[in-house]
Ligand binder design. Sequence first.
Ligand SMILES: Cc1cc2nc3c(=O)[nH]c(=O)nc-3n(C[C@H](O)[C@H](O)[C@H](O)COP(=O)(O)OP(=O)(O)OC[C@H]3O[C@@H](n4cnc5c(N)ncnc54)[C@H](O)[C@@H]3O)c2cc1C
Length: 291
Amino acid sequence: MSSANLKENYSLRHLISFRVGGEARFFCEIETNEQFLEVKKKAIQQNKPFFILGRGTNVVISDKGFDGYIVKLSRSFSELSIEGSILKAKTATPLSRIARSSIQNNLSGMHLLAGIPGTLGGAIYMNAGAYGQEISQTVIEVKSINDQGQIITRDNAACSFSYRHSIFQENKECILEASFQLTLGSKDALEKEMNTVMQKRRDSQPLEYPNAGSVFKRTPQDFPGALIEKAGLKGFSIGGAMVSPKHANFIINTGNATAQNIYDLTSVIIETVFKQTGITLEREIIFLGDF
Ligand SMILES: Cc1cc2nc3c(=O)[nH]c(=O)nc-3n(C[C@H](O)[C@H](O)[C@H](O)COP(=O)(O)OP(=O)(O)OC[C@H]3O[C@@H](n4cnc5c(N)ncnc54)[C@H](O)[C@@H]3O)c2cc1C
């Protein structure tokens, strides 16, 4: 790896959808599997934490920064191919591109994921989903690489998918690519369905402000948004972080939010909702570093 690739004390704000947070002690945009292994090895040797960043649409990094290595997989990890009804994509491919390409090829199964602003890797890691579609529903297999450089192929069952969960949250391997079994559909009908859900997003979500999508996971009892609204917290703010007046399960950066403001707001929400209902909300957003 050329040392020019490894940046020190690198601000990540522009790579995080919330536009907040501090610097990574080390940051590297990765071009190849070998580079990935090289940087991972450095982190292990120096006993530093290591984090793979996708599009940063589900992550908040502490204002104090991250005393470790953060890597982002470059455009060389963005590729998509379709053969018959099987779609294959590499990890840095935007989910929106995958959804739109599937529609263009008259393929159904991922078209409702078009509005999720992350990468394939982030979506597999989180088992992202929307409007009744979850990425896990169509996964045939996922390829990943471990610390020893072994490429591992897992079929759908071996990925242990469940609601917003996959095995990659435990094993910390780097997701490289995935293939999906889609079903034949009609381009026009799929496009119409996609446009309908995209409009629903625009109508119900505060997309005009920096945010990271749903803050809390669904609970068996009720939607987090409904619980937060009932708790009277819609519009409540700490510093520049506000519970969106449009959708209570979104926190927005009204301009000058810090990562700590966002974290503190989630803590107040958890405490207030618990006091009023006995329900414990669980954060979906990943908070990285010290809070
Ligand atoms: C406006 C908006 C709307 C959203 N709507 C939805 C929605 O409807 N449904 C939904 O599920 N989510 C939604 N999200 C959240 C987010 O987009 C998803 O969770 C997305 O899958 C995250 O992808 P990412 O590339 O941004 O990952 P990041 O946020 O960068 O990372 C998320 C996690 O994935 C891990 N990761 C990323 N790439 C890899 C890799 N190659 N190998 C291993 N681990 C990896 C990271 O380490 C991190 O732990 C929304 C976000 C926003 C801002």
